[in-house]
Design a protein around this ligand. Structure first.
Ligand code: GDP
Ligand code: IMO
Ligand code: MG
Length: 430
């Protein structure tokens, strides 16, 4: 099986939990975009694991690959590898030689650029992601393979400095000695990572020829995509399914299954339009019930109601085969639930969310009110492997069926808690 897991909303949909759950049946898990702006929490009987750069399937699959489309902070990666080796000593880790490297200069630039943006600041994760992709496309970036050649790293750091001198004027990097020290440090980090470096596009090809099961794990979410997200409040890479080709070297045409992960409500970190955002006391309650604080930054996440037109858009852009829905346990505890069924402009239905930052303010939401399902009786639901879906409260089944009816796609996986085992997998062929 060759499959991809992706976020359908603004990130943090629970992709980590779903990837870990699915990875039992996959030999290889591949990340193809983003960097440690991503944060995934996986909870198993062994404890709680947080992944940023390493794919969330790494606890169970035998090979994990960090593809060329990623931007990698070598220091964070070294720490993450050390932690992973304790949990899964046998896992093989492979890093694309062509992935780009996030350096401390890029992290500094991330903050400087945010200051310059003023009212249009994005609320980035400050992990240097944007500036690293800028350098990649400016063709001044440092690639993973470059770390092994000190003279190249030094030259590239000098070039980056000359290009961005204004933004770095108050930074320690205005001193040549600091830049040289940085280049030397990066070269040292590169030597530590050398054993993991490879031409991963060739490895993935070989694994596919050997008929290995490969799972591609998208980071972020569809509405953070640089092209189709809520620009400019997006990340700096493509997050759609198609990005797996350029981000890993594996042809999308061969992918057999696209699984879209939905949070039962919605959350967003950072600035920008969020049509179904909930404000006030209810937002505080939902945030607390769902522990909605960023895995990477600890920032409180904004929360909102499920947005069906947006979900349809995401489903279409990614050509989703089926959905996994998470956090239904959290949503069910509210006294009343709403779902966005349509967008309205001047009282008339519009089927598409406009992207003009002014026009979007004129859109109102047509909500449908849903009866909550309360606390779930987890013990009863999982009392036998058969009939788990039928033991869900009828209100929750109605919610799942509303999504299916609206999108025309089946909900294959229902996640009832953060733990791996609190997951219902419906057999769609039955
Ligand atoms: P990701 O970035 O898409 O991998 O998502 P995150 O891990 O950043 O955020 C999702 C959060 O929801 C994490 O804290 C998960 O442990 C948690 N989570 C995932 N699925 C469920 C679920 O079904 N119920 C509950 N209560 N928490 C969940
Ligand atoms: P996972 O993989 C949620 C958001 C940031 C900010 C915008 C740009 O855990 O779902 P960046 O640092 O990428 O330049 O920030 O994108 N963002 C995420 N929000 N989950 C993520 O990843 C995110 N990655 C980036 O909060 O609004
Ligand atoms: Mg996350």
């Amino acid at each position: 099986m060759l499959a991809v897991v992706l976020g359908m909303q603004f990130g943090d949909e629970g992709k980590g939990k779903i990837t870990d759950y699915l990875s039992e049946n996959f030999d290889v898990v591949v990340r193809f975009n983003g960097g440690n702006n991503a944060g995934h929490t996986v909870v198993t009987s062994q404890g709680k694991f947080k992944f940023h750069l390493i794919p969330s399937g790494s606890l169970r699959s035998s090979v994990v690959i960090l593809g060329n489309g990623m931007v990698i902070d070598p220091y964070s990666l070294i720490d993450e590898i050390e932690n992973l080796k304790k949990a899964n000593p046998d896992v093989q880790i492979k890093i694309s030689k062509m992935a780009h490297v996030v350096t401390p200069i890029h992290k500094y630039l991330d903050k400087s650029e945010e200051n310059v943006r003023g009212g249009l600041s994005i609320g980035t994760t400050a992990q240097g992601i944007g500036p690293t992709y800028e350098d990649k496309y400016a063709r001044t970036g440092v690639r993973v393979i470059d770390l092994l050649e000190k003279s190249i790293v030094t030259e590239k750091i000098e070039t980056i400095y000359r290009m961005k001198e204004n933004l770095l004027a108050d930074s320690p990097y205005r001193e040549k000695s600091e830049r040289e020290k940085l280049a030397a440090d990066l070269h040292e980090a590169g030597k530590k990572l050398m054993q993991y470096m490879d031409y991963t596009e060739n490895l993935i090809y070989r694994f596919s020829q050997e008929k290995k099961n490969i799972l591609f794990e998208g980071a972020q979410g569809t509405m953070l995509d640089i092209d189709f997200g809520m620009y400019p409040f997006v990340t700096s890479s493509n997050t759609l399914a198609g990005a797996l080709s350029s981000g890993s070297g594996f042809p999308f045409r061969k992918i057999q299954r696209v699984i879209g992960v939905i949070k039962a409500y919605m959350s967003k970190v950072g600035s920008g339009p969020f049509p179904t955002e909930i404000e006030g006391d209810l937002a505080v309650r939902l945030r607390d019930l769902g522990h909605e604080y960023g895995t990477t930054t600890g920032r409180p996440r904004r929360v909102g109601w499920l947005d069906l037109p947006l979900l349809n858009y995401a489903s279409r852009l990614n050509d989703v085969d089926s959905f996994a829905i998470t956090n239904v346990d959290t949503l069910g505890k509210l006294d009343e639930i709403k779902v966005c069924e349509k967008y309205l402009k001047d009282g008339k239905e519009v089927d598409f969310i406009p992207r003009s930052l002014e026009e979007i303010k004129t859109i109102s939401i047509g909500y449908k009110t849903i009866r909550p399902w309360g606390n779930l009786d987890i013990e009863n639901i999982f009392s036998s492997p058969d009939g788990q879906y039928d033991r869900l409260p009828v209100e929750l089944r109605n919610y799942v069926e509303l999504i299916e009816k609206n999108t025309g796609k089946p909900v294959e996986i229902i996640s009832l808690g953060e733990r791996r085992e609190n997951t219902i997998h419906r057999n769609l062929d039955a």
